[in-house]
Write a protein that binds this ligand. Structure first.
Ligand SMILES: CSC[C@H]1O[C@@H](n2cnc3c(O)ncnc32)[C@H](O)[C@@H]1O
Ligand SMILES: [Zn+2]
Length: 431
């Protein structure tokens, strides 16, 4: 066994207590071996002055949308997608998706994220980038029926399933997959009825957008005579490994249905605020026993991939929406970004304890904005930033060491991404 000792820090335990502890990792199995006083490891990561916490889980993202960061702001979802985003995405090449995803991966690793769920196009490129980066991911080819004839729409579903079957378990098991219909209003009932059973037969979960805006609830009720998540249930889309993004406009009956079925919700507070979609009923979900995770959504609606921002936004928006300062407390925000995310994605991580995957973020607390430390959990939710992460470890490998990304040439990734983003927008605007 080759070991990595994360030494001399304080550890955030699954019960949210914090003690001075080392963490010993088996580099071959990629698992945590011990938490406490441990003997020297083969390699040591210095965590003095730091908090060792579970790696963060970004449970809903469109990674390559980093290329569209700041391209189209200040519009609501429907206009933003139809007027700006979809016309540019029609010009995306496989290489664009590769470099945009690499840029996202640099940002994720820098800010302590060790796992993410991605729904996009050219997913073979995303999978290659994830394999190189060393993180974990739940990947799915996103299916959109809007603007497609029957054959093209069917081919899109086939591609989502083919990708899911081929790549599940890739990168030594770090990559898992999903079938990813975009949403309940952008994919036809007929094709969902045909392809959801195929996803079940393939043993892959389903990841989709649902109840994001008020405008997408009424058409479902008018067309199908029931609330969107009752319709999703009829289609077999509320499995216990499935997860839906947003869930802003869910009513009490839908919250109860999610709890009964065991389907997780990914809360995306920054995207919901920026697109003015609303505030998800996070306290009601959690009280009902629904697993709630956090996601950034794409960088074009956020505009970063920093889950520390998301924790703060989740806590602040939850309090503001409920007019109750205790509605989403610090611990709830941290739990959603760690254990909640891991559970939603079906990953054995999100908790620093022996036997779990060694997916860890080491956060440097020796900073003015983190002084004094009355309560480390408070700092994680309200005061820390992604840039405070000193080391990121995933599957026992060090992806960020002393603030340096070890898995990519960061300067080259940034330069390529900037070039591709400029060329992509130029192509779209010349159309
Ligand atoms: C079919 S791949 C994913 C698809 O989703 C688009 N997208 C990005 N952000 C959102 C959002 O908040 N709601 C719905 N759809 C979104 C993305 O641009 C891709 O086209
Ligand atoms: Zn999304």
């Amino acid at each position: 066994m080759t070991t990595l000792r994360i030494a001399d820090g304080r550890v955030l335990h699954p019960d949210f207590s914090v003690t001075e502890s080392d963490v010993l990792v088996d580099r071959e199995s990629g698992e945590i071996v011990a938490v406490g006083d441990v003997a020297a490891g083969d390699e040591t990561l210095d965590a003095s002055g730091c908090l060792v916490m579970p790696g963060l889980v970004n449970a809903h993202c469109h990674a390559a949308m980093t290329l569209l960061r700041g391209y189209a702001d200040d519009k609501p979802l429907e206009c933003w997608l139809r007027e700006d985003v979809w016309p540019v995405e029609a010009e995306l090449t496989a290489e664009d998706v590769r470099v945009g995803t690499e840029l996202a991966l640099v940002e994720l690793i820098r800010s302590g994220t060790t796992a993410f769920a991605d729904m996009y196009f050219e997913m073979a490129e995303v999978a290659e980038a994830v394999a190189d980066a060393g993180v974990r991911a739940r990947l799915g080819h996103g299916v959109v029926g809007v603007g497609k004839d029957a054959d093209a729409a069917r081919a899109d579903h086939e591609e989502s399933l083919a990708f899911a079957r081929e790549y599940d378990g890739a990168a030594d098991g770090r990559i898992r997959t999903v079938y990813a219909p975009h949403s309940l209003t952008t994919v036809s009932e007929e094709l969902l009825r045909e392809y959801v059973p195929d996803a079940r037969a393939a043993g892959v979960p389903v990841h989709y957008h649902a109840n994001e805006t008020a405008d997408e609830v009424d058409p479902v009720v008018e067309e199908h005579g029931e609330r969107p998540l009752a319709y999703a249930d009829d289609l077999g889309l509320l499995g216990e490994s499935d997860f839906l993004a947003h869930g802003v406009h869910s009513d009490a009956s839908e919250i109860a249905l999610l709890a009964e079925r065991g389907t997780a919700v990914v809360h995306c507070p920054a995207s919901n605020m920026k697109l003015a979609s609303g505030a998800a009923p996070v306290p009601a979900y959690r009280e009902a026993g629904v697993t709630v995770a956090l996601g950034t959504d794409g960088a074009a609606s956020n505009n970063d991939l920093d889950l520390f921002d998301e924790m703060r936004d989740a806590a602040m928006l939850g309090k503001h929406a409920a007019a109750d300062a205790s509605a989403v407390p610090a611990q709830a925000a941290v739990e959603m970004a760690t254990a909640g995310g891991a559970d939603a994605l079906g990953i054995d991580a999100g908790r620093v304890e022996a036997g779990r995957n060694a997916d860890l973020a080491v956060v440097d607390f020796e900073a003015a904005h983190l002084t004094p430390t009355h309560d480390a959990v408070s700092h994680l939710a309200y005061a820390a930033r992604g840039s405070d992460v000193r080391h990121t470890v995933c599957d026992g490998d060090v992806l960020l060491r002393d603030g340096e990304v070890t898995v990519f040439d960061e300067a080259a990734v940034r330069e390529r991404a900037a070039d591709h983003a400029a060329a992509l927008v130029a192509r779209a605007e010349s159309e």
